[in-house]
Design a protein around this ligand. Structure first.
Ligand SMILES: [Zn+2]
Length: 144
């Protein structure tokens, strides 16, 4: 599908995140020293400074922490999608872990298919994955 006109640039720190999304798993980097979850991925724990980490499978459930409806001027590639929205999801396992994404009715729906006026802060959501291409399986969110 072509709606994701700006796809993530995948570097070495976040490569495992995307490897797991290709398997349909939402995993968050976790410090092997103090067990703190951290996102976005980075080489060192900000608490204990350990460089050892592992990737922990999470439930994929969370709540809408906030959302925005971008207004023009937009990048030209996004103009046809307006109005659309971007949500911030706080994970159930640790609400300080927040991921950006889009609310959809089901994986594969366009990011502008849901009326932003129906989005409520605090609503429960569940991750789904959309295979945008062979490399990027984008986490999206559906209402629970
Ligand atoms: Zn740590």
């Amino acid at each position: 599908m072509s709606q994701d006109v700006l796809l993530p640039a995948i570097g070495p720190d976040e490569a495992p995140f995307w490897e797991y999304t290709r398997k349909g798993e939402l995993r968050i980097q976790q410090c092997s020293g103090c067990e703190r979850l951290r996102f976005p991925p980075r080489p060192m724990c900000p608490d204990c400074h350990s460089t050892d980490s592992h990737w922990t499978l999470v439930s994929g459930r969370g709540t809408v922490w906030s959302y925005v409806v971008p207004h023009p001027p937009l990048l030209p590639q996004f103009m046809p999608l307006a109005p659309y929205h971007v949500i911030t999801v706080a994970l159930d396992e640790n609400p300080t872990i927040r991921l950006l994404g889009n609310l959809v009715e089901k994986a594969g729906d366009p990011i502008n298919a849901i009326d932003p006026a129906t989005i409520e802060i605090g609503m429960a959501v569940q991750v789904v994955f959309e295979a945008v291409n062979d490399e990027i399986h984008m986490p999206r969110w559906v209402r629970v």
